[in-house]
Every structure is written in C-alpha cells, then in structure tokens.
Ligand binder design. Structure first.
Ligand SMILES: Cc1cc2nc3c(=O)[nH]c(=O)nc-3n(C[C@H](O)[C@H](O)[C@H](O)COP(=O)(O)OP(=O)(O)OC[C@H]3O[C@@H](n4cnc5c(N)ncnc54)[C@H](O)[C@@H]3O)c2cc1C
Length: 410
C-alpha cells in the first residue's frame, strides 16, 4: 500500500492523518487553478484545527505536452536585431467578472504580471477584393471597469508562475495519461477507492484517492470511454469548435501597411472583422509591456469556418487565411509581412448554445446547471473550461467547484 501516514504530535494526543493523493490530468489553467485552490483550502483547514483532520494533499499534475495548454505564446528572434516577434496564439486576454476571480488575480495585478488591456477596438469590414481599403469604424475601448487582462511579458508567463508557486504539487510534463478503462478496472481497490493511473506505455503513474480530468471534452471522452463513469454520453453534449490562428510579423514599423500604422485614423489594437473568414485581429506589439517587440499581429479565423476546414491541409488553410488577411489589412508588395505562421486548434472554443447539459453531481438528476461532473463513488471529477463558458474565467470557476466537492468529501 502506498498510502503515506504522517504523525502529528500535540500536547493532547498523537493523530495519524492520511494524506490524500490527487491526480490532475492536464496542466492547463484548469489544472493549475485546481492545484492552487486545493493547496490553499487544505492549508487553511489544517491551520484552523488543533489536531488537523485535514492535511495538505499530495497533488500530481500529468501534462502530455511541455507547456500550459491553450495559453500559448510563440516567438521568433530576428537574427539582425536580436529582437522578437511574439504571438499569443491561443487565448488573447481574459475577463474577471466574478468577485472571487478578481480577488484571485489581485496579487498578480499588483506585481504587474497581469495587466489590464485597455484596447481600442474597431469594427472592420473587409474589402471584397485585395487592393481595396477596408472600412473601419471605432467600436469601443476596453476599460478598467469592463477590464480585459493579459499576462506579461507573455500569455504563458502566468501559467509558469502559478506552477512555480505550487508547494505540494508535482508536475509531470510529457506524460500522457492512458484511457482509464485500459488498465484501471482491475486496479481499483473496492475498500480504498483508489484509482491507479497509467501512461500510454502502460507504466504505472501511481494510486490516487481522487482523479480530476481537465482535458478538452473530446479528449475526456477518449480518456473515460468504457470506464465506469456514469452517463459518459453527457460529455459529448458541449461541442468544442476549432480555430485557426494566423501569425504575421513585419521587420519594422516603417514596413507596416497603412492600416496598422499610426498615421491613419482610427488607431486601433483589436479589430472585429465582418464579411470575412477572419473573426478578430490583435496587434501584439501595442499591448501593455509588449513595446519591445517587432511588429506582430495575431489573427483568429472564425470558429465555424475553422470547424468546416479542420482536417484540411494546413498550407491550403494558411493560403486562404493570408488572402483574407490581405483584404482586411490591405498590404501591398512593399508592406507584406515577412513572418507568416499558422496553427490549428482542434478544440479552441466551447459552443455555448450546446452547453446547457451538465449538472453538478452525476448521481443527482439533471438540473441543466453548468458545471463539473462528479462520480462520488470512484472519486473521479471531469472538469475544464468547456464545463462552463469555455474561457479562462470558467477554468477558475470549475476549479472552485472541484475543490468544494473534494473538501466536502474529505
Ligand atoms: C484560439 C483560442 C483563443 C482563445 N481566446 C480566449 C480569450 O480571448 N479569452 C479567454 O478567456 N479564453 C480564450 N480561449 C480559451 C482559453 O484558452 C481556455 O479556456 C483555457 O486555456 C482552457 O484551459 P483548460 O485547462 O481548461 O484546458 P487546456 O488548456 O486545453 O488544458 C488541458 C491540458 O490537458 C492536456 N492533456 C490532454 N490529454 C491529456 C492526457 N491524456 N494526459 C495528460 N495531459 C493531457 C493538454 O495537453 C492540455 O495542456 C481561447 C482559446 C483558443 C484556443
């Protein structure tokens, strides 16, 4: 048995307290927030009791890649200047509408790691053919009252800091957890409720009291297929949509097309694009604390278009997106971008229309509430941004729900 026992000696008596072991599958923001809030909740509970009934759990995050999920930053260095182009090619910014999340981000705002992004936003009607000027109308300025936030110097920086701050959590990168049913059934011990996880080579990753799955829903379906998780059909209900991201870079500000220069009004940071396969354009080098970058622009294609073309050849997609980008930004031979890159996200956004499925506890009847899925018997939780609105704030809310369930059961 791998259970650890810690002896706590007090004046009154010695108590043997079992350290719960918790596995989190996925090292994106849902996983990192969950580990952070679990550590905080258990530390607080231990501090508040003379003989600790609860002690800080051993948490292990398993992440198949080497980075932090859909928070993604790509950069490239110019050999001549040593300066970088940089693109936040996943999430561009996030909101903090709830008081709890505002409180959570406050220290990071204080340290400057997180910055409000008061972007000037325009509506941009693409020209129908290349060479014509698009129509641009001022739309709004994101303000500190309806704030959008970014992490600096990169969108990935916050994830790295959250990971570094974890004290009782081990993160195993480049570890892909195998579908639970492949190996797990015979390893479940009836009395201890522990689940043994394995990687995709069949190597044991250990025994866990709780398993929290935070991967996108199509991957959750694969992980839990044929497992005993109740009503797995419910994972399929929220549809996750693809998104192609185009990354463009120019060698200097002087080489930018007029529409991106500050000589043509209105000056803007974000464009909502109409009449195009492009959805939004973000100017990276105008973001707070990004002014040392070479001119860099990130473009997100529309989700519906991306979904239709999700299995297309990436070069063909890139070429179509470039044509659309040229119609939106109206560059000519002299103002063409020198850097062009394209990324396919198979699971980018949650289709909110379909996401009215889940209830808080799989054992209760459906109440149409959004939230995590819990199997209290096996102590498995299915979480992730897609259990709510599909954004960064959802990751935090789902982490809160997960921690509440585990604390209540412990
Ligand atoms: C193009 C794009 C634009 C976006 N724009 C915004 C925005 O403007 N504002 C906003 O708030 N949000 C935005 N989002 C959404 C935001 O990025 C997500 O809500 C958030 O990053 C989701 O975090 P997560 O931890 O739930 O999932 P993920 O970040 O997907 O993390 C899940 C992790 O699980 C890992 N994994 C999967 N299978 C396994 C396995 N078998 N074993 C181990 N690990 C596994 C994956 O590698 C991944 O790192 C955007 C996303 C994209 C792609």
């Amino acid at each position: 048995m791998t259970t650890e026992h810690i002896l706590h000696h007090t004046d009154v008596e010695a108590a043997s307290v079992e350290v719960p072991s918790i596995a989190i599958i996925g090292g994106g923001l849902t996983g990192l927030f969950t580990a952070t809030l679990l550590e905080r909740a258990f530390s607080q509970a231990s501090d508040n009791t003379l003989i600790p009934q609860m002690t800080v759990p051993q948490i292990t995050i398993f992440e198949k890649s080497r980075s932090v999920g859909r928070l993604a930053t790509r950069y490239r260095t110019d050999d001549h200047t040593g300066k970088n182009w940089q693109w936040a090619f996943g999430a561009q910014f996030f909101t903090a509408k709830t008081a709890n999340f505002q409180q959570f981000i406050a220290p990071y705002l204080g340290s400057g790691l997180i910055q409000p992004w008061c972007a000037k936003v325009v509506d941009l009607h693409s020209a129908s053919v290349s060479g014509q000027s698009p129509d641009i109308q001022q739309k709004e300025q994101w303000s500190s009252t309806q704030a959008r936030y970014i992490s600096t110097p990169k969108m990935t920086s916050w994830g790295r800091v959250l990971a570094d701050e974890l004290k009782h959590t081990t993160i195993n990168f480049k570890t892909r957890v195998a579908p639970l049913a492949h190996y797990t059934q015979q390893s479940m011990s009836e009395e201890s409720q522990k689940t043994e996880l394995f990687d995709d080579t069949g190597r044991s990753l250990g025994l866990f009291d709780w398993v929290i799955c935070t991967v996108p829903n199509a991957q959750a379906i694969a992980l839990l297929a044929n497992s005993k998780f109740p009503e797995p059909a419910r994972f399929t209900e929220p549809k996750m949509l693809a998104c192609y991201t185009l990354m463009l870079g120019w060698d200097s500000v002087a080489q930018l097309p007029d529409i991106l220069s500050h000589e043509v009004q209105p000056v803007w940071d974000v464009a909502y694009v109409n009449g195009s396969i492009i959805d939004r354009i973000f100017i990276e080098h105008q973001k707070p604390k990004h002014d040392n970058l070479l001119p860099s622009v990130t473009i997100h294609a529309r989700n519906d278009w991306s979904e239709q073309h999700v299995d297309d050849d990436i070069e063909a997609v890139k070429s179509q997106l470039l044509t659309a980008a040229q119609q939106a930004l109206n560059w000519n031979e002299g103002s063409r971008p020198s850097q062009i890159d394209c990324h396919r996200w198979r699971y980018a956004a949650t289709d909110k229309v379909s996401n009215t499925y889940s209830n808080h506890d799989a054992s209760e009847g459906s109440n149409k509430e959004t939230g995590i899925l819990v199997d209290n018997q096996q102590q498995w939780i299915v979480s992730g941004d897609w259990c709510a609105q599909g954004n960064i704030e959802s990751c935090y809310q789902m982490a809160q729900q997960t921690v509440a369930v585990i604390c209540q059961a412990t």
